[in-house]
Design a protein around this ligand. Structure first.
Ligand SMILES: Cc1cc2nc3c(=O)[nH]c(=O)nc-3n(C[C@H](O)[C@H](O)[C@H](O)COP(=O)(O)OP(=O)(O)OC[C@H]3O[C@@H](n4cnc5c(N)ncnc54)[C@H](O)[C@@H]3O)c2cc1C
Length: 378
């Protein structure tokens, strides 16, 4: 599949050695906790993928990051999801370095991430049904030189392998008012513990367990305070972060389904019409993400690009379910019965729907944007 050839080329160029290390490892090993994926990602320089060359990274833009994410999703969906969380945090930090809001510390952080091959978790979800990811129940209260942060984040991918956490928190001022903050927390800080959370056998290699913070001290300079714009509910940096997140996560699941689709094409079963249907659905999903990535690379990124990437993501969400169904049917019952891989990839093909924002929560916002209003995410 041509869209997967470009993905594998990008992976081999930007993270040399990663694919050869993992390509012979059985999928079920890569998808289990403690598999070799994250270690191989570190060794190939993966943590610095999005860090600009001036700070020691590979300096990938959105198009190349989209391709690498797709290749990673095909190699190991768990590795793809875990590294999408890392790349989302790094992309946000890189955007911050380039912005007027930078404190001067951020460039040292991204340089350290590339140099020391550090993994960064993105802790926004809290396991509360219906809660938006910017609506945090994790509290930060003022303390000497910064803040004390307490609460729980789940699921939090990279919970075992992470070196740093970016976490949304509710900053509570001395006068009782609250505002959104994003804490950057080294995982060596006292007060951080993990608890089992992820019970499903699918995507278990992403280490998406619970991370508990108990009076974790975060210095003032490591507590970012987004300035939310009236009308959109997001600030510019959050918008850029969201756009990157949607692009990366959409590409990871596209890669996972492309793995199933390539198997079906190689098996050569069914009619040419059936096989071409699988092919065109996956190539269309790839093209939707790549089109948005090119717009992101051309810049600037704002509210309209957020609407564009969400539109692409929800369209891809449907294409992937349909393509995975068709591919599994073409591969047939014997293939389904004699290995876990097909059932596993079928389950994974559904999971793009479980990443924020859910389709239901942003439906009205997309309709309002279509009618001329800014896209406002709750
Ligand atoms: C593999 C994996 C790894 C993940 N890792 C991380 C991570 O590292 N960090 C992180 O922060 N998150 C992570 N997440 C995301 C996190 O799991 C989600 O935020 C969480 O799944 C939301 O689940 P929920 O059941 O609370 O969904 P809900 O938001 O409650 O949605 C459930 C249903 O309600 C509907 N709904 C919700 N709100 C509305 C609304 N306002 N209007 C209409 N309908 C609505 C939705 O459409 C959906 O159908 C991960 C997810 C997966 C699948």
């Amino acid at each position: 599949m041509r869209g997967m050839d470009t993905a594998r080329e990008a992976l081999d160029t930007l993270l040399p050695g990663l694919a050869p290390t993992l390509s012979d490892v059985p999928l079920q090993v890569l998808e289990s906790p403690g598999g070799p994926g994250l270690d191989a990602f570190r060794k190939s320089g993966g943590p610095g993928l999005l860090v600009p060359g001036a700070y020691g990274g590979a300096g990938a833009g959105a198009l190349r990051a989209t391709r690498v994410s797709r290749a990673l999703g095909a190699l190991s969906p768990s590795l793809g999801v875990a590294t999408a969380m890392h790349n989302f945090s790094v992309a946000s930090l890189v955007a911050l370095v380039a912005s007027a809001d930078a404190s001067g510390l951020e460039w040292m952080l991204i340089e350290g991430i590339a140099r020391d091959r550090l993994l960064v978790a993105s802790a926004f979800a809290e396991g509360r049904p219906g809660a938006g990811i910017l609506d945090s129940a994790v509290k930060a209260r003022p303390a000497e030189g910064g803040w004390l942060v307490s609460g729980s984040k789940k699921p939090c991918s990279l919970s075992q392998s992470m070196d740093l956490i970016t976490a949304s928190v509710a900053l509570t001022g001395a006068d009782g008012t609250t505002e959104l903050g994003v804490a950057l927390v080294p995982t060596a800080s006292p007060g951080i513990t993990r608890r089992p959370f992820w019970g499903a056998p699918f995507l278990a290699g992403a280490e998406s367990d619970e991370v508990v913070l108990t009076d974790v001290h975060v210095p003032t300079e490591l507590m970012l305070r987004p300035q939310v714009e009236l009308g959109t509910g997001l600030d510019t940096l959050q918008t850029i972060g969201f756009v990157w997140f949607e692009l990366l996560v959409t590409s990871v699941y596209t890669g996972a389904v492309a793995r199933l689709a390539e198997s079906a094409l190689d098996a050569g079963k069914g009619s040419a019409t059936d096989r071409a249907a699988v092919l065109t659905q996956v190539e269309a999903a790839i093209a939707l993400a790549e089109n948005t990535a090119r717009v992101v690379d051309a810049g600037p990124v704002g509210n309209d690009e957020l609407a564009m990437v969400l539109t692409a993501r929800y369209a891809v969400q449907e294409l992937l379910v349909s393509a995975a169904d068709r591919a599994a049917e073409l591969l047939g019952g014997l293939a389904f019965a004699t290995s876990c891989d097909i059932g596993h990839l079928l389950a994974v093909s559904r999971a793009l729907a479980f990443h924020p924002p859910s389709r239901g929560s942003s439906a009205q916002a997309l309709l309002d944007h279509h009618a001329g209003a800014p896209l406002r995410l709750a």
